[in-house]
Design a binder for this molecule. Structure first.
Ligand code: PLP
Length: 389
């Protein structure tokens, strides 16, 4: 395989690693860098995995996934996403990330263009290049003021070689959700373009906006071409378990399944049983989680509104907020380094989410309210010191 500079180490982890090292030296750090919940996997999920292991679910199994899990995913898609899918439209993969890799591998041929809505999850570009080194990535930025979709810019990037457009809402890093109006407008725009629409909805259940999550796979004009990516890692504190799934209609699923058979064989069956148990967790599990995220989002709004120059449109879902630090006059890497070394707060530099986003830093909402508020207050104070010069 050709490993070019686009396929680098996972940059997002760099600052968190420095923070962990400082912690280990006894220098306490507030980590706003992590992309995962700060609490353990629920015991019901762990028990289901242990039980399934003892029951012998430790052998090779169906490459698409256990039928009971695929049926549960179909029921969820029907009731929560308005997506009509059959179990044969679902493939369970070792993580949403692998589901995305399989979809890209099945879709792309040399010279194909992929529109990527940026800022975006730092693994998208490497994943595209791993799937097809000669694919062309066309980044299209969200609007800077509110992280809304820029439909004119997307329209300008669509062309005869466009093979796929890759979007993610609730959005990493901004916490923006897609509105029904935006989804309709996007579906209208893409109706006449024969490209796949990859909708990464991994943060779907982390939604404190009060609005219903919008799935592109439910838009009739494009539904047959939408590949929905989702999983269990973020919502159920299962990041290390590696389990996700994709929903795809038509012949592409045959290619995806062949990749799965030859790359992964199947997803670990006892972990699939654990995922099934995660679906059955009582509703207040996610309600409590979303309440904690919302508390931090509100604290952030309060601190930002009292910090001249700092901007961050209120996050609505997902695990993060993206804070504009343009007024400080320094780049995001230098800002994040200074914030960590001088104030003991780890954040992720915006530059890792796209070249146009060096005037932002990403912070995680997934920590307890007190250290979160303290971390953001220190961030505000540091930005103010830089601004005052
Ligand atoms: N998609 C986005 C937007 C993410 O932020 C992440 C993880 O950070 C993933 C996919 C990968 O999820 P998983 O851990 O389920 O593979």
């Amino acid at each position: 395989m050709k490993i070019g500079p686009e396929i680098g180490d996972s940059l997002e982890l760099r600052f968190s690693n420095i923070a962990h090292a400082m912690n280990a030296r006894g220098e306490p750090i507030i980590s706003l860098g992590l992309g995962e919940p700060d609490f353990p996997t629920p015991p019901e999920v762990i028990d289901a995995a242990a039980e399934a292991m003892r029951a012998g679910l430790t052998r090779y199994s169906n490459p698409f996934g256990l039928i009971e899990l695929r049926q549960a995913v179909c029921a969820k898609l029907a009731s929560e996403n308005d997506i009509a899918a059959r179990p044969e439209d679902i493939l369970v993969a070792p993580g949403a990330k692998m589901a995305l890799s399989l979809a890209l591998g099945a879709l792309l041929t040399p010279g194909d263009e992929v529109i990527v809505v940026t800022p975006c999850y730092p693994s998208y570009a490497p994943q595209i290049k791993i799937a097809e080194p000669d694919a062309v990535i066309r980044p299209v930025d969200l609007r800077k003021q509110d992280f809304g979709l820029d439909l004119d810019a997307i329209a300008a990037s669509l062309g005869p070689r466009t093979r796929a457009i890759l979007l993610n809402f609730p959005h990493n890093p901004s916490g923006r959700m897609m509105s029904a109006g935006e989804a309709d407008a996007l579906a209208g725009l893409l109706a006449d373009h024969d490209c796949a629409i990859i909708s990464d909805e991994i943060y779907e259940r982390l939604n404190f906006s009060g609005a219903r999550h919008v799935s592109l796979g439910a838009r009739p004009k494009i539904a047959e071409r939408v590949i929905t990516i989702n999983g269990f890692s973020k919502a159920f504190a299962m990041t290390g378990w590696r389990i996700g799934y994709l929903v795809a209609k038509g012949p592409i699923m045959q290619i995806i399944s062949r990749l799965q058979q030859n790359m992964n064989t199947n997803t670990v069956p006892f972990i699939q049983k654990a995922a099934l148990a995660a679906f059955d967790l009582p509703g207040d599990f996610l309600d409590d989680y979303n309440t904690r995220l919302k508390t931090n989002a509100e604290n952030l709004r309060h601190i930002v509104s009292n910090s001249p120059g700092l901007h961050s449109p209120a996050p609505e879902g997902g695990l993060f907020a993206f804070v504009n630090i343009a007024h400080t006059g320094i780049g995001s890497d230098a800002f994040a380094t200074g914030l960590l070394e001088e104030h003991g707060v780890a954040a992720t530099p915006g530059i890792v989410f796209g070249s146009e986003w060096d005037d932002h830093v990403r912070i995680s909402l997934a920590i307890a309210p007190d250290p979160f508020a303290e971390g953001v207050a220190r961030l505000g104070a540091f930005a103010e010191r830089l601004r005052a010069g």
